[in-house]
Design a protein around this ligand. Structure first.
Ligand code: B12
Ligand code: SF4
Ligand code: SF4
Length: 313
């Protein structure tokens, strides 16, 4: 599609996406999802645990045209959250403001830009994490990276410490080439480094053993056998990314100010932060974590995690 300035619509969209602060952008056609069978098998094995919402959207996840009727293309973006930041009790992605709000509003801005350059209101919708979409599959298809053995989507220029988001549009766009290579080779560092032994195989994660699931998604108590393995991790886990050679070489310093760590977290070790959380009232929790991804666990979940961390030393 040719725009008035002599550049293609796809070129203009990508330039605008970079201008909005995204670090990667690619275009994928919508249709049957190549890894739908892997997803179904994963669900059937019980690896999703309590995350019942994943099964509810399974039919839509199998065909990326279903979430937005009439949609034909996806503009897929990635936003880096700073893999060079030091390790800590809170996973890097959750130390600042909520990425959903930030990325969705930028994607909506991109949507309005598309309307302007094509000269009509294009039907569509922006998603970041919350929709019935296999985002890593869509991102690989848009050329953004490959499925690492740790299940992360990894890009050869920036590693894997980034969020994914997409704009599904009722618009035919020229797609990018999918990322076909597997750059993991014979490496198995992530599989060996996982403290809870959560990988059943390369690219197959039993979420019910993953510290990210245990400290964020799980509503009930953490299994006694897993508690000591959670170590000092209060919220989320980055270990299988930290050990990855692609991150060691190519992860970036934090550039997005909204993701800078909040004062409630900054400079605190696991023990101190856990003690503060255990003493927190609901009002203090709201004040400290308003607009933060940490609110997902609620104060009750965070206190559960803090008690585990304190028991671990
Ligand atoms: C459920 C979920 C989780 C669960 C389960 C994770 C998992 N690996 O399945 C839990 C709570 C554990 C989790 C943890 C984390 N998550 Co999460 N999560 C999701 C969510 C909502 C759905 C993922 C899903 O469908 N899982 C089911 C499995 C089967 O699918 P998949 O992991 O996408 O794997 C695909 C491929 O690997 C491939 N595949 C599967 N098996 C095989 C086998 C072979 C041989 C091959 C070739 C391919 C293949 O097919 C799958 C389906 O397309 C997505 C958002 C979304 N809507 O996609 C975010 C998402 C995947 N999470 C994200 C993040 C940042 C994290 C954490 C880093 C957060 C943290 N620091 O604690 C950790 C990382 C843990 C890890 N190693 O994955 C980002 C990942 C960005 C990236 N670069 O990949 C996403 C995309 C959110 C976002 N919008 O940015 N997460
Ligand atoms: S996030 Fe942590 S617990 Fe989960 S698979 Fe990776 S290393 Fe294991
Ligand atoms: S640590 Fe090695 S095996 Fe794991 S994702 Fe990175 S390159 Fe692949």
């Amino acid at each position: 599609m040719i725009a008035p300035e002599g550049r293609t619509v796809e070129q203009l969209i990508k330039a605008q996406a970079f201008g909005l602060g995204f670090d990667l952008v690619g275009i994928a056609p919508l249709g049957p999802v190549e890894t739908a069978a892997e997803f179904e098998g994963w669900l059937a094995s019980g690896y999703a645990g309590d995350m019942a919402y994943l099964a509810r959207g399974a039919e839509k996840r199998a065909d990326s045209r279903r979430p937005v009727p009439g949609a034909k293309s996806a503009i897929v973006v990635a936003l880096d959250y700073g893999g060079r930041e030091p390790p800590g009790p809170v996973a890097r992605y959750a130390r600042g403001d909520d990425y959903h709000d930030l990325m969705e509003s930028r994607l909506r801005e991109l949507h309005r830009y598309v309307d302007r350059i094509v000269g009509r209101e294009v039907a569509g919708k922006a998603y970041v994490d919350t929709g019935p979409i296999l985002e890593r599959d869509l991102a690989r298809r848009a050329g953004l990276g490959w499925f690492g053995k740790n299940t992360m989507l990894i890009n050869p220029r920036i590693g894997s410490f980034f969020f994914l988001g997409e704009l599904l549009l009722d618009l035919e766009l020229a797609p990018d080439a999918p990322f076909e290579a597997d750059r993991c080779g014979t490496c198995r560092r992530c599989l060996e480094a996982c403290p809870t032994d959560a990988f059943r195989d390369a690219r197959v994660l039993d979420a019910t053993r993953c510290i990210s699931y245990l400290t964020i998604e799980l509503k009930g108590e953490i299994d006694d056998a897993l508690k000591p393995l959670v170590g000092e991790r209060l919220y989320g886990c980055d270990i299988c990314q930290e050990v990855c050679p692609w991150n060691i070489s190519f992860s970036r310093t934090l550039a997005e100010p909204a993701f800078r760590e909040r004062t409630a977290i900054a400079g605190k070790n696991a023990r101190r932060l856990a003690d503060e959380i255990l003493a927190m009232t609901d009002e203090e929790f709201q004040r400290a974590f308003k607009g933060s991804p940490i609110k997902r666990a609620k104060l009750r979940g965070l206190k559960r995690n803090a008690a585990v961390v304190r028991a671990n030393g």
